[in-house]
Design a protein around this ligand. Structure first.
Ligand code: 13P
Ligand code: SF4
Length: 357
């Protein structure tokens, strides 16, 4: 808890984002012919998940957010785990952690609204210190990020002198500042091997580290952090699906326990999983990850049948259309990082981005 709490102190003593950009009153939210026309093409992308009779509840928010986004000159970055109405109807850029970090570095807008969890917004801020980064709910955390502090990393360095430290991007800026380089689930093996040494600390996700260890000769030391969503999947559960339908393809995120990943036909980041389904079009697939992923790609691959053992990330689900609208109206919640921490943390993220470019 401490790590995130320390980097979530209120904004710097200067002017707040609301003072710099001004507050705009929440527009009226009505379902009318204009809103229907404005959002009709967007409804086509989510009709698999939102029944027609419910769209009049969503559409006024979608229309208001898109208008306000243009008025503010803001961009919305959304992670693959966001709900379909956010992913398909208001986001400008969607992706996995690595894609979002890379895109955040290229964004040409003064305001970034991060629809994801706090460490993602912090990463955007690290890569865009001059820009205003907002998160619609400051409490959108992550069990991995909260499992370790900067002080813990300093202790690990004392215990394993000279061993390079690779931190998963799912960590606070304070933790990133203590490490050599970041990684995501899509590049962890490449990052670990980039040092050319025989032992590397890969923290804080124990399962990601074990899954990386299975793919490299480098000895991996780790930490006992877990993703509260992915640690719940079990090999027995997957076997039951396989027994019911031996043809089903299993695709898992590397934050899952190793016996789960071993059963998978493919394991990779959320973007890797999406690409696998897009390219392979398996007739029936079990996505062993957060529930919204399957909903988000369903419209693109209507012929694929998704079986969803539904585990939701409660942190990702804190982000909703009403909160995004309030965020744009009131310019809240602003994500800031102590400049002394930010400089060192940025280096760790930039090393990863440069390595994977
Ligand atoms: P990805 O980098 O694969 O998008 O994963 C982020 C995450 O939080 C998964 O739980
Ligand atoms: Fe963190 Fe897991 Fe949620 Fe991803 S799914 S944000 S790793 S708690």
């Amino acid at each position: 808890m401490r790590a995130e709490a320390e980097t979530r102190k209120p904004a710097r003593p200067g002017k707040s984002a609301a003072e710099r950009f001004g507050v705009i009153a929440r527009p009226p939210l009505e379902w009318n012919a204009e809103v229907e026309r404005e959002t009709a093409h967007l409804y086509e992308r989510v009709r698999h998940h939102i029944p027609e009779f419910e769209w009049p509840v969503y559409a006024p928010y979608v229309a208001a957010i898109n208008r306000l986004k243009a008025e503010r000159g803001a961009v919305i970055l959304a992670h693959n785990y966001q709900t379909p109405e956010i992913f398909h109807c208001v986001a400008d850029i969607v992706g996995d952690s690595l894609q979002l970090a890379k895109e955040a570095g290229k964004v040409d807008a003064d305001i970034i609204v991060q629809c994801g969890v706090h460490f993602m917004a912090e990463t955007s801020k690290l890569l865009n210190p001059e820009k205003t980064v907002l998160i619609p709910d400051m409490k959108a955390g992550c069990s991995l990020s909260e499992s370790i502090t900067g002080a813990d990393v300093r202790l690990l360095r004392e215990r394993y002198p000279g061993v390079p430290v690779v931190t998963y991007v799912n960590t606070s800026a304070e933790v990133k500042a203590e490490t050599d380089i970041c990684c995501t689930s899509s590049n962890a093996v490449q990052v670990v091997e980039s040092f050319g040494v025989d032992t590397v600390l890969c923290i804080p996700d124990e399962y990601l580290a074990q899954n990386v260890a299975a793919q490299t000769d480098v000895k991996i030391l780790t930490w006992k952090g877990h993703c509260e969503v992915h640690e719940r999947f079990t090999a027995e559960e997957l076997q039951a699906y396989k027994d019911a339908d031996p043809e089903i393809e299993i695709i898992a995120h590397p934050e899952c326990p190793t016996d789960v990943v071993e059963m998978a036909d493919y394991a990779g980041s959320t973007a890797g999983m999406i690409n696998y389904v897009r390219d392979q079009r398996p007739p029936k697939v079990l996505l062993v990850t957060e529930c919204s992923m399957a909903s988000n790609i369903q419209s693109e691959v209507p012929e694929v049948e998704f079986v969803k053992p539904c585990n939701l990330c409660p942190h990702m689900k804190r982000i909703t259309l009403p909160k995004i609208l309030d965020s744009l109206c009131e310019m809240k919640e602003e994500v800031t990082v102590d400049p002394a921490i930010a400089e060192r943390a940025r280096r760790a993220v930039e090393r990863m981005v440069n390595l994977t470019n």
